[in-house]
Write a protein that binds this ligand. Structure first.
Ligand SMILES: [Zn+2]
Length: 355
């Protein structure tokens, strides 16, 4: 009887592990992008770059907005907020960054907004809802049909498809390359791991999966060697992310070592749970800015940049955090305890950061 019981327990355990294990199907092109060559120009790191985002929500036809995989506006907008925190070093989890990595932790100076003008010049809330009567969306169907029907010009917009992705990946993105067709040049993420709170599911319920995929879209690779499958000789090509043999899962205790160094498993380009991700490095920031200046330079002086002063015809108007202060009104250093976010529409939101 004991053996029989064991036989039942193990498969359930394996299934639940599989559900929570992050996998990313990043697409690298054989033609090298600016990531891997030496002809890149020096990036100007002093300017904030704002990228208009177009969300494509692939949902079952019978789902109303806010139901099932047809995510609410609030859920989608929470993902924009997470991106703006993560790429500006304003993420609450940053306080968990180990001291040894603080000197290389970067404010990437990149911000995101929901597009307010579509590629035809019409007003939009930045969201396209796409009914699709299938239990899952295969990567092939996305490539052959959905991406081509829904993308906006990726030279000016970041397209993020949200779908019940089949095939084992929680998300994927194409690294920058001239060889990627325009309609594939974006990010795809599983609907249950989008945004913060709400319908997002643990352990990827803080929006960092999208941050990770957007990192790929901006040319950043995994922090370990995921090209040749595990070694200490090749990794992401970035100097200030330590050599790392393999990816980490769950929420490892600090420190962890491989390749004779302390591993930066809390970097957004690793696979650990959302709650345990906390930083980008200066090297990764530099690469992203180089990619924008070389491979995605239409994003600079973008004529489609979001106009937050215009009225959005449906749902609520996007808000933007303009400052975060502590209870005494001083600029917040994101210590634990109360912090107050001030938005551009004059509203404020109090958040409590728990170490
Ligand atoms: Zn990845």
């Amino acid at each position: 009887m004991r053996h029989l019981l064991f036989a039942f327990i193990i498969p359930i355990f394996l299934i639940s592990q599989e559900n929570y294990k992050k996998t990313c199907g990043v697409k690298r092109n054989l033609i090298q992008s600016a990531t891997k060559n030496n002809t890149i120009t020096k990036a100007n790191l002093s300017e904030i770059i704002t990228i208009p985002v177009h969300f494509i929500i692939v949902h079952k036809p019978n789902e109303e907005i806010g139901e099932g995989r047809n995510l609410s506006y609030e859920q989608i907008y929470s993902q924009i907020e997470v991106l703006n925190e993560d790429f500006r070093k304003l993420n609450p989890s940053f306080i968990n960054t180990p001291d040894e990595f603080l000197p290389v932790a970067a404010d990437c100076m990149i911000e995101f907004c929901l597009a307010t003008i579509d590629e035809y010049g019409n007003s939009t809330n930045g969201i396209t809802r796409y009914p699709y009567d299938s239990n899952q969306m295969s990567e092939n169907y996305w490539e052959d049909v959905i991406s081509q029907e829904t993308y906006w010009d990726p030279k000016y917009f970041l397209n993020i498809w949200v779908a019940r992705l089949g095939g084992g990946n929680d998300g994927f993105a194409y690294m920058p390359s001239d060889n990627v067709p325009l309609y594939l040049d974006g990010v795809v993420v599983k609907d249950r791991y989008v945004g913060r709170g709400g319908s997002a599911q643990w352990p990827f319920d803080e929006g960092h999966l999208t941050t990770h995929e957007v990192g790929h879209w901006l040319g950043v690779d995994h922090t370990w060697d995921s090209w040749d499958n595990y070694s200490c000789s090749i990794d992401d090509g970035i100097e200030d992310t330590p050599e790392q043999y393999e990816e980490y899962y769950d929420c490892p205790s600090y420190p962890q070592y491989s390749c004779d160094s302390s591993d930066m498993f809390m970097n957004f380009m690793d696979y650990v749970d959302d709650a345990c991700l906390s930083l980008w490095t200066e090297g990764q920031k530099n690469l992203m800015h180089n990619i924008i200046q070389n491979d995605r330079n239409e994003l600079l002086n973008n004529p489609y940049n979001c106009d937050n002063s215009s009225n959005i015809s449906e749902e609520i108007k996007p808000r933007k955090i303009i400052q975060t202060i502590d209870l005494l009104g001083r600029p917040s250093t994101h210590q634990k305890g109360f912090n107050i976010k001030i938005y551009n529409d004059g509203s404020v939101k109090k958040i409590f950061i728990i170490k």
